[in-house]
Design a protein around this ligand. Structure first.
Ligand code: ARG
Length: 590
């Protein structure tokens, strides 16, 4: 049981019989900001004064009088205008951390009622260079998948590739008319990307050229339409170029170690679309509008409908998404669908969910939106002259920064007379990758996902700040304590020694370790990985204070040494587990 759950149970007991429903008051229990006010604080007494018609302090006292006081809790105190301050008994904390050490799940219970989530993330448009927005979706989606899985849910990841859109008309047109055969043979993806950019740049307007003023744009549209109509030549070209595009994407996923259970791109749903539209029409959900077929979702007659078939017969992004929902419910048996997609698509998802509901899709669906990545000047990537940098270039930049940091750390250690392990070349390269990619992911995940943030390789590999690099060094230093002391960490898990909390920094560390479950729950509630990074940052700072003030290998006596080694080992495991749920790796030494 986590400290919070334990305290909530106590408070519920105290309130039972005093109020009809204790739940909202129990929910008012929060961790304190300042350890001098105890470990947790409740402000429910203030809320209850209105019901009980007594002073807040008296209300607080009434609750305290009914709190079961046992081996868990010291006697609570009343502060200020009626806050109840709770402090957990040291002995109880010590026992709980010891139990945590012996538990593979680090004391985090799996949910009682597992659900099946389908999570849609990354989902780039194939054959266009993958951009920073897809990086965010990939990183955040992967973290949410890991988090929900760890909490005990069944999570199916599905990369909804844009592999059937207008970009293929452009590429097929380019393939037929503008391609350099030699360049294509040498590096197909590079040549395709060049064609895409060159042709798109030549378009007279960014808008869809409804009037047909631009012959090239018109020709590209025709190629898309032919592809969709099953034209054998265009299908053959599509089949030829897809594997190259996929290999290119997979190289990025491998570098980010992101794995999907399914990659059902838009093309997968094409055969189902006529049936979907026919069904929508038969049920009177989609109706004729201006030669097209659309679903009216708003009461306001002027709001445009969500189109499911355009005037020229083409199906839309919405049609495909409706087919996708149907399949996810029927085949994957989804209880809930999550979409990790740029906030600029909010309107699409709002309408999609309304349309799905009309159509009978009763399961909850959530758009997990996120803000933009900004360049060094604070502008969204793509709005500046240089265009959108390739994702690969950003990852390279981060690895170079990681290398610089690592080399500096080695030089500093040598200069101050410390031992530095003899790293092999392979080990060094592994460290650069683990630190570089970890830095990119953590920088992203530690933001409130709805905010924009600036991409800065130097800041994200800062060894003193709230970064993956800081955590990874803390982890490796922690492991080196065990190496130096010739201690096998496994012993502290199979037979955890008795824990003693003799120093305030030991106690603070123990309490934070026990709050892992709260952090994971908190991160899952609104799909906010930054709740977890915030927790890890607090933990790392607490661990650093403990390290400064509580000698471990040179503890005053053998039993305290054992206890402190246990605290170290649990800390390492929590950091490693926490980072791993964010999709970030650690190394044992660096
Ligand atoms: N391919 C789209 C894009 O790059 C994102 C797809 C998101 N997923 C979905 N089911 N609509 O903008």
């Amino acid at each position: 049981m986590t400290p919070l759950l334990t305290l909530q149970a106590r408070l519920r007991t105290a309130l039972t019989g005093l109020v009809d429903d204790p739940a909202p008051y129990v929910a008012m229990l929060k961790p304190t900001q300042d350890a001098r006010h105890g470990d947790y604080q409740a402000n429910c007494a203030m809320a209850l004064t209105k019901i009980w018609k007594i002073k807040p302090q008296e209300a607080a006292q009434r609750i305290i009088d009914r709190l079961p006081l046992d081996d868990v809790l010291d006697k609570p105190t009343i502060a200020g205008p009626g806050f109840i301050n709770f402090r957990l008994k040291d002995q109880w904390l010590a026992e709980q951390v010891r139990a945590m050490a012996g538990d593979e799940r680090l004391g985090v219970p799996a949910v009682d009622h597992p659900r099946t989530f389908v999570i849609d993330y990354s989902s780039p448009n194939v054959a266009k260079p993958m951009h920073v927005g897809h990086l965010r979706s990939t990183i955040i989606g992967d973290a949410i998948k890991r988090l929900l899985s760890f909490l005990g849910h069944k999570v199916i990841s599905d990369n909804h590739l844009g592999d059937w859109g207008q970009q293929f008309g452009i590429l097929i047109y380019g393939y037929k008319n503008r391609m350099s055969r030699d360049a294509y043979r040498a590096d197909p993806v590079h040549e395709l990307a060049r064609l895409y950019v060159e042709i798109k740049k030549g378009f007279k307007s960014d808008e869809e050229d409804e009037a047909g003023n631009d012959p090239v744009q018109q020709a590209c549209r025709t190629e898309t339409a032919k592809l969709h109509a099953g034209d054998p030549e265009n299908i053959a070209i599509w089949r030829e170029i897809m594997p190259y595009c996929l290999a290119d994407l997979n190289a990025i996923y491998e570098r980010l170690y992101v794995i999907f259970d399914y990659t059902h791109g838009e093309s997968h749903y094409q055969p189902m679309l006529p049936g979907v539209v026919a069904d929508l029409q038969a049920k009177g959900i989609a109706v004729e509008t201006d030669g097209a077929l659309g679903i009216f979702l708003s009461d306001k007659p002027d709001d445009p409908p969500a189109l499911v078939r355009k005037r020229d017969g083409a199906f839309t992004y919405t049609t495909t998404d409706l087919a996708t929902i149907k399949e996810r419910i029927e085949t994957f048996k989804a209880d809930e669908i999550l979409y990790v997609v740029d906030s600029r698509q909010s309107l699409h998802f709002k309408n999609l969910f309304l349309a799905a509901k009309k159509w009978g899709g009763t399961i909850p669906m959530t758009h997990i939106a996120f803000g933009s990545v900004l360049d060094a000047h604070g502008r969204p990537y793509g709005t500046s002259k240089g265009g959108v940098p390739l994702l690969v270039a950003l990852l390279d930049e981060a690895e170079v920064a990681a290398k610089t940091v690592f080399e500096k750390s080695i030089a500093d250690r040598l200069a101050s007379g410390h031992d530095v392990p003899d790293f092999t070349e392979a080990e060094k390269n592994e460290i650069h990758a683990v630190v570089g990619i970890g830095a990119v992911k953590y920088a992203d995940l530690s933001q409130n996902r709805l905010s924009d943030y600036r991409f800065s390789p130097e800041k994200m590999t800062d060894t003193d700040g709230n970064t993956a690099t800081y955590m990874q060094y803390a982890y490796a230093r922690n492991r080196s304590i065990f190496r130096k002391g010739n201690e096998d960490p496994a012993r502290f898990r199979s037979q955890p020694p008795v824990v003693q909390l003799t120093h305030p920094d030991e106690r603070a560390l123990a309490l934070l370790l026990l709050r892992l479950g709260e952090a994971l729950q908190g991160a899952a509630v609104e799909y906010k990985p930054n709740v977890l990074t915030g927790y890890l940052w607090d933990l790392a700072k607490s661990y650093s204070r403990f390290n400064t003030n509580c000698p471990v290998l040179k503890a005053p006596d053998a039993s305290l040494r054992e206890s402190r080694l246990l605290l170290c080992d649990v800390t390492a495991r929590v950091i490693q587990q926490g980072l791993s749920l964010l999709g970030i790796r650690t190394v044992e030494r660096m």
